[in-house]
Design a protein around this ligand. Sequence first.
Ligand SMILES: Cc1ncc(COP(=O)(O)O)c(C=O)c1O
Length: 424
Amino acid sequence: MATTTSLKPTSNLNNFLRNNYLQPLQTRVENFHEFVQDLSQNNQITYQRTILSESNRMVTIWDNEAQKARKMLMFASNNYLGLSTHPYVKEKTLAAAQKYGIGMGGPPLLNGFSKLMAELEERLAALKHCESAMVFSSGYNANLGLISGITQRRDYVVYDELCHASFYDGLNLSKAKSLSFKHNSLIDLEEKLKKAKNSCLGEIFVATEGVFSMDGDLPPLDQMVPIVKKYGAILVLDDAHSTGVIGKNGTGTAEHFHVEKDIDITVGTFSKSFAVAGGFVAASKEIINYLRYFARSYMFSAALPPMVLAAVLAGLEVMENEPELRKNLRNNIQYAISKLEKFGFASLPQSAVIALKAPTDMNIRKANFTLSQRGVFLNAVEYPAVSISEQRFRISLMAQHTKEDIDKLCTELESIWSDPTLRQ
Ligand SMILES: Cc1ncc(COP(=O)(O)O)c(C=O)c1O
Protein backbone atom coordinates (compact mmCIF):
# COMPACT_ATOMS: atom_id res chain seq x y z
CA MET A 1 0.00 0.00 0.00
CA ALA A 2 1.22 3.51 -0.83
CA THR A 3 1.89 5.65 2.22
CA THR A 4 0.92 9.26 2.95
CA THR A 5 4.00 10.51 1.11
CA SER A 6 2.21 10.00 -2.22
CA LEU A 7 1.51 13.14 -4.22
CA LYS A 8 -1.16 15.35 -5.66
CA PRO A 9 -1.59 15.27 -9.43
CA THR A 10 -0.16 18.75 -9.80
CA SER A 11 3.05 17.65 -8.21
CA ASN A 12 6.30 17.03 -10.00
CA LEU A 13 9.22 14.66 -10.02
CA ASN A 14 11.35 16.87 -7.78
CA ASN A 15 8.74 16.76 -5.02
CA PHE A 16 8.38 13.04 -5.50
CA LEU A 17 12.12 12.49 -5.09
CA ARG A 18 12.33 14.84 -2.11
CA ASN A 19 9.46 13.08 -0.34
CA ASN A 20 10.57 9.57 -1.14
CA TYR A 21 14.34 9.31 -1.10
CA LEU A 22 14.38 7.87 2.44
CA GLN A 23 11.57 5.41 1.76
CA PRO A 24 12.28 1.69 1.44
CA LEU A 25 12.23 0.41 -2.14
CA GLN A 26 8.75 -1.13 -2.02
CA THR A 27 7.15 2.09 -0.72
CA ARG A 28 9.12 4.19 -3.16
CA VAL A 29 8.06 2.18 -6.21
CA GLU A 30 4.44 2.03 -5.07
CA ASN A 31 4.41 5.79 -4.51
CA PHE A 32 5.94 6.35 -7.90
CA HIS A 33 3.30 4.14 -9.48
CA GLU A 34 0.62 6.21 -7.78
CA PHE A 35 2.35 9.44 -8.84
CA VAL A 36 2.29 8.35 -12.50
CA GLN A 37 -1.31 7.10 -12.21
CA ASP A 38 -2.35 10.49 -10.81
CA LEU A 39 -0.74 12.28 -13.73
CA SER A 40 -2.36 9.91 -16.17
CA GLN A 41 -5.84 10.25 -14.65
CA ASN A 42 -5.46 14.02 -14.80
CA ASN A 43 -4.50 13.97 -18.47
CA GLN A 44 -0.95 15.06 -17.86
CA ILE A 45 1.04 12.26 -19.40
CA THR A 46 2.08 11.87 -23.02
CA TYR A 47 4.92 9.42 -22.52
CA GLN A 48 5.05 6.03 -24.19
CA ARG A 49 2.42 6.61 -26.87
CA THR A 50 2.20 3.31 -28.74
CA ILE A 51 2.89 3.70 -32.47
CA LEU A 52 1.16 1.13 -34.66
CA SER A 53 2.43 2.30 -38.04
CA GLU A 54 5.80 3.05 -39.60
CA SER A 55 7.32 6.27 -38.31
CA ASN A 56 6.98 9.11 -40.79
CA ARG A 57 5.45 12.61 -40.85
CA MET A 58 2.17 10.91 -40.01
CA VAL A 59 1.88 8.05 -37.54
CA THR A 60 -0.97 5.89 -36.28
CA ILE A 61 -1.03 5.55 -32.52
CA TRP A 62 -3.12 3.52 -30.12
CA ASP A 63 -5.34 5.91 -28.11
CA ASN A 64 -5.69 4.34 -24.68
CA GLU A 65 -8.55 6.60 -23.57
CA ALA A 66 -10.66 6.07 -26.69
CA GLN A 67 -9.45 2.47 -27.06
CA LYS A 68 -8.91 2.93 -30.79
CA ALA A 69 -6.22 3.72 -33.32
CA ARG A 70 -5.88 7.26 -34.62
CA LYS A 71 -3.58 9.26 -36.86
CA MET A 72 -1.23 11.95 -35.58
CA LEU A 73 1.12 14.44 -37.18
CA MET A 74 4.62 13.57 -36.00
CA PHE A 75 6.73 16.51 -34.78
CA ALA A 76 8.78 14.58 -32.24
CA SER A 77 10.94 12.30 -34.36
CA ASN A 78 14.60 12.91 -35.15
CA ASN A 79 14.07 11.02 -38.42
CA TYR A 80 14.86 14.37 -40.09
CA LEU A 81 15.31 13.07 -43.64
CA GLY A 82 12.57 10.44 -43.49
CA LEU A 83 15.08 7.63 -44.04
CA SER A 84 13.12 5.26 -41.78
CA THR A 85 10.80 4.56 -44.71
CA HIS A 86 13.03 5.35 -47.68
CA PRO A 87 12.54 2.57 -50.29
CA TYR A 88 16.27 2.23 -51.09
CA VAL A 89 17.22 2.03 -47.40
CA LYS A 90 14.51 -0.57 -46.78
CA GLU A 91 15.62 -2.61 -49.77
CA LYS A 92 19.27 -2.63 -48.65
CA THR A 93 18.28 -3.48 -45.08
CA LEU A 94 16.18 -6.46 -46.13
CA ALA A 95 18.92 -7.67 -48.50
CA ALA A 96 21.46 -7.56 -45.64
CA ALA A 97 19.19 -9.72 -43.47
CA GLN A 98 18.91 -12.23 -46.31
CA LYS A 99 22.64 -12.29 -46.95
CA TYR A 100 24.14 -12.03 -43.46
CA GLY A 101 21.34 -13.12 -41.12
CA ILE A 102 19.99 -11.03 -38.29
CA GLY A 103 22.85 -10.64 -35.82
CA MET A 104 26.45 -11.32 -34.91
CA GLY A 105 26.18 -12.74 -31.40
CA GLY A 106 29.01 -10.82 -29.82
CA PRO A 107 31.02 -7.58 -29.50
CA PRO A 108 33.00 -6.27 -32.52
CA LEU A 109 36.39 -6.93 -30.97
CA LEU A 110 35.67 -10.58 -30.23
CA ASN A 111 33.34 -11.99 -32.87
CA GLY A 112 31.06 -9.26 -34.19
CA PHE A 113 33.22 -7.31 -36.62
CA SER A 114 31.45 -7.83 -39.93
CA LYS A 115 32.49 -6.79 -43.43
CA LEU A 116 29.66 -4.22 -43.34
CA MET A 117 31.07 -2.83 -40.09
CA ALA A 118 34.51 -2.36 -41.71
CA GLU A 119 32.92 -0.68 -44.73
CA LEU A 120 30.79 1.61 -42.59
CA GLU A 121 33.70 2.65 -40.35
CA GLU A 122 35.66 3.63 -43.44
CA ARG A 123 32.74 5.68 -44.78
CA LEU A 124 32.21 7.43 -41.44
CA ALA A 125 35.89 8.32 -41.14
CA ALA A 126 35.75 9.93 -44.60
CA LEU A 127 32.49 11.73 -43.73
CA LYS A 128 34.13 13.31 -40.68
CA HIS A 129 37.52 13.96 -42.33
CA CYS A 130 39.27 11.62 -39.89
CA GLU A 131 41.69 8.73 -40.34
CA SER A 132 39.52 6.22 -38.56
CA ALA A 133 36.14 5.54 -36.96
CA MET A 134 34.52 2.89 -34.78
CA VAL A 135 30.88 1.89 -34.45
CA PHE A 136 29.15 1.56 -31.07
CA SER A 137 25.78 0.03 -30.27
CA SER A 138 24.34 3.50 -29.55
CA GLY A 139 25.29 7.18 -29.45
CA TYR A 140 24.85 6.95 -25.69
CA ASN A 141 27.46 4.19 -25.56
CA ALA A 142 29.76 6.14 -27.87
CA ASN A 143 29.86 9.11 -25.48
CA LEU A 144 30.06 6.88 -22.43
CA GLY A 145 32.93 4.81 -23.85
CA LEU A 146 34.81 7.76 -25.29
CA ILE A 147 34.80 10.02 -22.23
CA SER A 148 35.37 7.28 -19.66
CA GLY A 149 37.86 5.39 -21.85
CA ILE A 150 40.12 8.14 -23.11
CA THR A 151 40.55 10.33 -20.03
CA GLN A 152 42.84 9.72 -17.07
CA ARG A 153 43.09 11.03 -13.52
CA ARG A 154 45.52 13.83 -14.48
CA ASP A 155 43.30 15.11 -17.34
CA TYR A 156 40.73 17.90 -17.40
CA VAL A 157 37.45 17.93 -19.33
CA VAL A 158 36.07 21.41 -20.05
CA TYR A 159 32.54 21.14 -21.44
CA ASP A 160 29.45 23.12 -22.40
CA GLU A 161 26.93 22.93 -19.55
CA LEU A 162 24.21 21.79 -21.99
CA CYS A 163 26.03 18.69 -23.19
CA HIS A 164 23.91 15.55 -23.45
CA ALA A 165 23.17 13.17 -20.54
CA SER A 166 25.35 10.49 -22.16
CA PHE A 167 28.33 12.84 -21.99
CA TYR A 168 27.59 13.57 -18.30
CA ASP A 169 27.35 9.84 -17.59
CA GLY A 170 30.70 9.28 -19.32
CA LEU A 171 32.15 12.00 -17.14
CA ASN A 172 30.76 10.32 -14.03
CA LEU A 173 32.65 7.16 -14.95
CA SER A 174 35.83 9.10 -15.70
CA LYS A 175 38.52 9.87 -13.13
CA ALA A 176 39.44 13.15 -14.85
CA LYS A 177 38.66 16.53 -13.30
CA SER A 178 36.02 18.58 -15.06
CA LEU A 179 34.79 22.13 -15.42
CA SER A 180 31.66 23.23 -17.28
CA PHE A 181 31.47 26.52 -19.17
CA LYS A 182 28.31 28.59 -19.65
CA HIS A 183 26.37 27.52 -22.70
CA ASN A 184 28.11 28.77 -25.86
CA SER A 185 30.11 31.39 -23.91
CA LEU A 186 33.56 31.97 -25.43
CA ILE A 187 34.53 34.12 -22.44
CA ASP A 188 33.66 31.41 -19.95
CA LEU A 189 35.28 28.73 -22.11
CA GLU A 190 38.57 30.66 -22.01
CA GLU A 191 38.18 31.33 -18.30
CA LYS A 192 37.75 27.61 -17.60
CA LEU A 193 40.61 26.67 -19.94
CA LYS A 194 42.90 29.08 -18.04
CA LYS A 195 41.88 27.44 -14.77
CA ALA A 196 42.42 23.95 -16.15
CA LYS A 197 45.79 24.87 -17.67
CA ASN A 198 47.02 26.19 -14.32
CA SER A 199 46.52 22.90 -12.52
CA CYS A 200 46.38 20.23 -15.22
CA LEU A 201 49.22 17.72 -15.44
CA GLY A 202 47.65 15.72 -18.26
CA GLU A 203 45.54 16.50 -21.33
CA ILE A 204 42.74 19.02 -21.57
CA PHE A 205 39.63 18.02 -23.54
CA VAL A 206 37.00 20.54 -24.64
CA ALA A 207 33.57 19.08 -25.41
CA THR A 208 30.57 20.63 -27.13
CA GLU A 209 27.69 19.63 -29.42
CA GLY A 210 27.13 20.29 -33.12
CA VAL A 211 23.45 21.00 -32.48
CA PHE A 212 22.22 21.25 -28.91
CA SER A 213 19.58 18.61 -28.57
CA MET A 214 17.00 20.48 -26.50
CA ASP A 215 17.05 23.89 -28.22
CA GLY A 216 18.48 23.21 -31.68
CA ASP A 217 21.10 25.96 -31.49
CA LEU A 218 24.68 25.66 -32.78
CA PRO A 219 27.96 26.34 -30.94
CA PRO A 220 30.24 29.16 -32.22
CA LEU A 221 32.63 26.45 -33.40
CA ASP A 222 34.78 28.66 -35.67
CA GLN A 223 35.48 30.98 -32.73
CA MET A 224 36.03 28.13 -30.31
CA VAL A 225 38.73 26.50 -32.43
CA PRO A 226 41.45 29.18 -31.94
CA ILE A 227 40.75 29.30 -28.19
CA VAL A 228 40.97 25.53 -27.87
CA LYS A 229 44.22 25.54 -29.87
CA LYS A 230 45.69 28.36 -27.79
CA TYR A 231 45.47 26.10 -24.74
CA GLY A 232 46.64 22.98 -26.58
CA ALA A 233 43.36 21.22 -25.82
CA ILE A 234 41.69 18.34 -27.68
CA LEU A 235 38.34 19.29 -29.25
CA VAL A 236 35.47 16.79 -28.98
CA LEU A 237 32.29 17.44 -30.99
CA ASP A 238 29.07 15.49 -30.48
CA ASP A 239 27.43 15.84 -33.90
CA ALA A 240 24.36 13.70 -33.09
CA HIS A 241 21.74 16.12 -34.42
CA SER A 242 23.89 17.73 -37.13
CA THR A 243 24.96 14.79 -39.28
CA GLY A 244 22.71 14.71 -42.35
CA VAL A 245 21.26 18.13 -41.61
CA ILE A 246 23.93 20.82 -41.09
CA GLY A 247 26.57 21.89 -43.63
CA LYS A 248 26.33 22.22 -47.42
CA ASN A 249 26.65 18.47 -47.88
CA GLY A 250 25.03 17.59 -44.58
CA THR A 251 28.23 16.25 -43.06
CA GLY A 252 27.76 18.22 -39.85
CA THR A 253 28.46 21.43 -37.98
CA ALA A 254 32.22 21.39 -38.68
CA GLU A 255 31.40 21.62 -42.39
CA HIS A 256 29.04 24.54 -41.74
CA PHE A 257 31.85 26.47 -40.01
CA HIS A 258 34.62 25.17 -42.36
CA VAL A 259 36.59 23.70 -39.45
CA GLU A 260 36.49 20.01 -40.41
CA LYS A 261 40.23 19.60 -39.94
CA ASP A 262 40.19 21.20 -36.49
CA ILE A 263 37.92 18.71 -34.77
CA ASP A 264 40.01 16.07 -33.02
CA ILE A 265 37.23 13.68 -32.07
CA THR A 266 33.67 13.51 -33.43
CA VAL A 267 30.84 11.55 -31.82
CA GLY A 268 27.78 10.62 -33.86
CA THR A 269 24.61 8.60 -33.72
CA PHE A 270 22.51 6.60 -36.17
CA SER A 271 19.36 7.33 -34.17
CA LYS A 272 18.61 10.73 -35.71
CA SER A 273 19.06 11.38 -39.47
CA PHE A 274 19.82 7.70 -40.16
CA ALA A 275 16.62 6.76 -38.31
CA VAL A 276 17.91 3.46 -36.92
CA ALA A 277 20.09 3.02 -33.81
CA GLY A 278 23.80 2.92 -33.06
CA GLY A 279 26.61 5.44 -32.76
CA PHE A 280 30.21 6.11 -33.67
CA VAL A 281 33.41 7.92 -32.79
CA ALA A 282 35.74 9.29 -35.50
CA ALA A 283 39.32 10.41 -34.76
CA SER A 284 42.97 9.62 -35.54
CA LYS A 285 43.79 5.95 -36.12
CA GLU A 286 45.78 5.83 -32.88
CA ILE A 287 42.89 7.19 -30.79
CA ILE A 288 40.41 4.79 -32.40
CA ASN A 289 42.72 1.82 -31.92
CA TYR A 290 43.17 2.78 -28.25
CA LEU A 291 39.41 3.17 -27.72
CA ARG A 292 38.72 -0.28 -29.16
CA TYR A 293 40.48 -1.65 -26.06
CA PHE A 294 39.64 0.98 -23.43
CA ALA A 295 36.05 2.00 -24.21
CA ARG A 296 34.19 -0.50 -22.06
CA SER A 297 30.80 0.20 -23.70
CA TYR A 298 32.44 -1.01 -26.95
CA MET A 299 34.41 -3.89 -25.52
CA PHE A 300 31.54 -5.37 -23.51
CA SER A 301 28.52 -4.75 -25.76
CA ALA A 302 27.29 -6.74 -28.76
CA ALA A 303 27.88 -5.46 -32.30
CA LEU A 304 25.07 -3.86 -34.28
CA PRO A 305 23.24 -6.32 -36.55
CA PRO A 306 24.21 -6.29 -40.27
CA MET A 307 20.74 -4.93 -41.14
CA VAL A 308 21.37 -1.78 -39.13
CA LEU A 309 24.83 -1.32 -40.65
CA ALA A 310 23.34 -1.77 -44.12
CA ALA A 311 20.63 0.79 -43.32
CA VAL A 312 23.27 3.36 -42.31
CA LEU A 313 25.39 2.63 -45.39
CA ALA A 314 22.32 3.05 -47.59
CA GLY A 315 21.41 6.22 -45.67
CA LEU A 316 24.85 7.66 -46.43
CA GLU A 317 24.26 6.99 -50.14
CA VAL A 318 20.86 8.66 -50.01
CA MET A 319 22.31 11.70 -48.22
CA GLU A 320 24.86 12.03 -51.00
CA ASN A 321 22.56 11.31 -53.94
CA GLU A 322 19.40 13.10 -52.84
CA PRO A 323 20.37 16.61 -51.71
CA GLU A 324 16.73 17.61 -52.30
CA LEU A 325 15.86 15.94 -49.00
CA ARG A 326 18.10 18.43 -47.17
CA LYS A 327 16.71 21.25 -49.31
CA ASN A 328 13.12 20.30 -48.39
CA LEU A 329 14.10 20.10 -44.74
CA ARG A 330 15.72 23.55 -44.88
CA ASN A 331 12.64 25.01 -46.59
CA ASN A 332 10.48 23.50 -43.87
CA ILE A 333 12.74 24.93 -41.18
CA GLN A 334 12.49 28.42 -42.75
CA TYR A 335 8.71 28.15 -43.09
CA ALA A 336 8.29 26.87 -39.54
CA ILE A 337 10.49 29.67 -38.16
CA SER A 338 8.34 32.30 -39.92
CA LYS A 339 5.12 30.75 -38.59
CA LEU A 340 6.27 29.94 -35.04
CA GLU A 341 8.17 33.10 -34.22
CA LYS A 342 5.15 34.67 -32.52
CA PHE A 343 5.15 31.97 -29.82
CA GLY A 344 8.68 32.87 -28.68
CA PHE A 345 11.72 30.69 -29.33
CA ALA A 346 13.72 29.26 -26.42
CA SER A 347 16.78 30.09 -28.52
CA LEU A 348 17.42 31.12 -32.11
CA PRO A 349 16.48 28.11 -34.29
CA GLN A 350 19.41 26.98 -36.45
CA SER A 351 18.60 23.34 -37.14
CA ALA A 352 15.69 20.91 -37.53
CA VAL A 353 14.96 21.24 -33.80
CA ILE A 354 12.84 24.23 -32.79
CA ALA A 355 12.13 24.92 -29.13
CA LEU A 356 9.18 27.14 -28.15
CA LYS A 357 9.20 28.71 -24.73
CA ALA A 358 5.96 27.87 -22.89
CA PRO A 359 4.27 30.69 -20.95
CA THR A 360 5.33 30.39 -17.29
CA ASP A 361 1.74 29.94 -16.07
CA MET A 362 0.96 27.21 -18.61
CA ASN A 363 0.49 23.65 -17.36
CA ILE A 364 2.79 22.26 -20.05
CA ARG A 365 1.96 18.61 -19.33
CA LYS A 366 -1.77 19.24 -19.72
CA ALA A 367 -1.13 21.44 -22.77
CA ASN A 368 0.88 18.70 -24.45
CA PHE A 369 -1.81 16.15 -23.65
CA THR A 370 -4.38 18.45 -25.32
CA LEU A 371 -2.13 18.81 -28.37
CA SER A 372 -1.85 15.04 -28.47
CA GLN A 373 -5.65 14.67 -28.39
CA ARG A 374 -5.83 17.09 -31.32
CA GLY A 375 -3.49 14.97 -33.39
CA VAL A 376 -0.17 16.74 -32.85
CA PHE A 377 2.67 14.59 -31.55
CA LEU A 378 5.50 16.59 -29.98
CA ASN A 379 7.52 16.62 -26.79
CA ALA A 380 7.32 18.93 -23.80
CA VAL A 381 10.52 19.62 -21.88
CA GLU A 382 9.20 20.10 -18.39
CA TYR A 383 10.28 20.93 -14.86
CA PRO A 384 12.48 19.61 -13.21
CA ALA A 385 14.50 18.81 -16.37
CA VAL A 386 14.52 22.62 -16.81
CA SER A 387 13.34 25.44 -14.51
CA ILE A 388 9.64 26.45 -14.67
CA SER A 389 10.49 29.60 -16.62
CA GLU A 390 12.46 27.53 -19.14
CA GLN A 391 9.80 24.92 -19.91
CA ARG A 392 9.41 24.42 -23.65
CA PHE A 393 7.86 22.50 -26.48
CA ARG A 394 10.43 20.74 -28.62
CA ILE A 395 9.51 20.45 -32.30
CA SER A 396 11.46 18.24 -34.72
CA LEU A 397 10.99 18.86 -38.42
CA MET A 398 11.29 16.41 -41.29
CA ALA A 399 11.97 16.81 -45.00
CA GLN A 400 8.56 15.20 -45.68
CA HIS A 401 6.45 17.66 -43.68
CA THR A 402 4.18 19.79 -45.84
CA LYS A 403 3.28 23.45 -45.37
CA GLU A 404 -0.19 22.24 -44.39
CA ASP A 405 1.35 20.09 -41.62
CA ILE A 406 3.21 23.11 -40.25
CA ASP A 407 0.07 25.26 -40.56
CA LYS A 408 -1.90 22.66 -38.59
CA LEU A 409 0.83 22.62 -35.92
CA CYS A 410 0.61 26.40 -35.73
CA THR A 411 -3.19 26.45 -35.48
CA GLU A 412 -3.20 23.90 -32.67
CA LEU A 413 -0.46 25.76 -30.81
CA GLU A 414 -2.49 28.97 -31.10
CA SER A 415 -5.50 27.34 -29.51
CA ILE A 416 -3.32 25.92 -26.74
CA TRP A 417 -1.74 29.32 -26.09
CA SER A 418 -5.16 31.01 -25.80
CA ASP A 419 -6.86 28.34 -23.68
CA PRO A 420 -7.33 29.70 -20.12
CA THR A 421 -8.01 26.17 -18.75
CA LEU A 422 -4.38 25.30 -19.47
CA ARG A 423 -3.10 28.10 -17.25
CA GLN A 424 -2.55 27.61 -13.52
C1 LIG B 1 23.60 15.17 -28.37
C2 LIG B 1 23.30 13.72 -28.22
N1 LIG B 1 24.30 12.86 -28.02
C3 LIG B 1 24.08 11.54 -27.89
C4 LIG B 1 22.80 11.02 -27.93
C5 LIG B 1 22.58 9.55 -27.74
O1 LIG B 1 22.29 8.94 -28.97
P1 LIG B 1 21.56 7.52 -29.09
O2 LIG B 1 20.11 7.80 -29.23
O3 LIG B 1 22.17 6.94 -30.33
O4 LIG B 1 21.91 6.73 -27.88
C6 LIG B 1 21.73 11.88 -28.16
C7 LIG B 1 20.36 11.33 -28.22
O5 LIG B 1 19.40 11.88 -27.83
C8 LIG B 1 21.98 13.26 -28.30
O6 LIG B 1 20.97 14.11 -28.48
